[in-house]
Design a binder for this molecule. Structure first.
Ligand code: DP6
Length: 345
């Protein structure tokens, strides 16, 4: 017989950035981080996993195309999941030996991978949860987040919706480096994100290698991980729980700036922002100054695309400015038109 299970996992965008590993094999971070997981339907990976005694080899299809499973990160995730299943089978001898069978995995994104969005986060989160379902493992999301973390650090945060913290942990084996929910989205339903696709080109320095260059060469980085982020982590959690948008927004923008400053301080330097990104930063500052109130925050990951956070009640105030001013950005209209300026709820 064939067993099958499916799940979706959404993209998450960090508001307090993960940048740096203290253990590259286990993806253990040098600081705790916080993210907002976007609502399921907007940007998500759908993954189905099947297993059968008759399958001959593990196989993975991404967006309909067969992909190699021959990389350490995926292998580590599959191994952990099989170990967890084997433990169940040893406890209950009536269970079928799924842990010994090969897997067929099909994964599909509903957003263009080219948009430079955190597709690996949603991808590994969906992979781990789909197989956990298939294996009927206990649905303890923090425990499963430790498996997803080995696939891609940021993936551990995509196992939860809403506002999520990845606690860096202290143990050398990673047993306490896991994601926890800070606040479900329905407790702050006003929160919205808009993604401004500045470029769909592939980033030139991957996060994986870029962050280790920063760890090894940046002087600013030490200050960031020893002092700045630990304080900001608590402040941001507090701002989220109190639904204090201006405070949340300021901390988010400061952390994006701090992360990109340590990239610049790396040697050789890493550039993720471009001229359009910088125009967006000035625009957001200008909007907040115009209204004399912080109604919007920007954040940038390892690329030039902006994610803006705002509360729904301010959407018109924000978009009035965006449409007007972005049409003045060089090449914006001709290349992307108005469609790219899309709000994701
Ligand atoms: C800038 O999770 O992609 O988006 O653990 O090597 O897979 P690996 O890195 P990854 O890094 C994400 C970096 C970031 C910030 C963040 O998401 O917190």
């Amino acid at each position: 017989s064939v067993h099958i299970a499916s799940t979706t996992a959404p993209v998450n965008i960090a508001t307090l950035k993960y940048w740096g590993k203290r253990d590259t094999a286990l993806n253990l971070p040098t600081n705790s981080s916080i993210s907002v997981t976007l609502a399921q339907e907007d940007l998500r990976t759908l993954t189905s996993a099947a297993t059968s005694a008759s399958f001959e080899r593990d196989t993975l299809w991404l967006n309909g195309k067969e992909e190699s499973l021959d990389n350490k990160r995926t292998q580590d995730c599959l191994q952990d999941l099989r170990d967890l299943r084997r433990a169940l089978e040893e406890q209950d001898k009536s269970l079928e030996p799924l842990s010994q069978w090969k897997l067929h995995i099909a994964s599909e994104n509903n957003f263009p991978t080219a948009a430079g969005l955190a597709s690996s986060a949603a991808g590994f989160a969906a992979l781990v949860v789909a197989i956990a379902k298939l294996y009927q493992l206990p649905q303890d999301m923090s425990a499963l987040s430790k498996v997803a973390r080995k696939g891609s650090g940021s993936a551990c945060r995509s196992l939860f919706g809403g506002f999520v913290a990845w606690e860096m942990g202290e143990q050398a084996d990673g047993s306490d480096s896991q994601a926890v929910q800070v606040l479900p989205l329905d407790k702050w339903p006003e929160m919205k994100a808009a993604i401004l696709v500045v470029s769909d080109a592939k980033k030139d320095t991957s996060s994986t290698s870029g962050m280790q260059r920063t760890v090894h060469t940046s002087d600013l980085f030490k200050e960031r991980v020893d002092t700045v982020v630990p304080r900001r982590f608590n402040e941001m959690k507090e701002a989220i729980v109190q639904r204090d948008f201006p405070r949340f927004a300021e901390l988010t923008m400061r952390d994006s700036n701090s992360f990109h400053a340590t990239c610049l301080d790396s040697y050789p330097p890493i550039f993720y922002l471009n001229d359009t990104s910088r125009k967006i930063i000035r625009l957001v500052d200008g909007i907040n100054a115009f209204y004399n109130e912080t109604i919007v925050a920007y954040t940038f990951d390892a690329g030039p695309n902006a994610v803006l956070y705002y509360e729904e009640k301010n959407e018109q105030k924000l978009f009035a400015f965006l449409y007007h001013l972005l049409s003045g950005v060089d090449g914006w209209k001709s290349k992307y038109g108005d469609e790219q300026l899309k709000a994701f709820s």
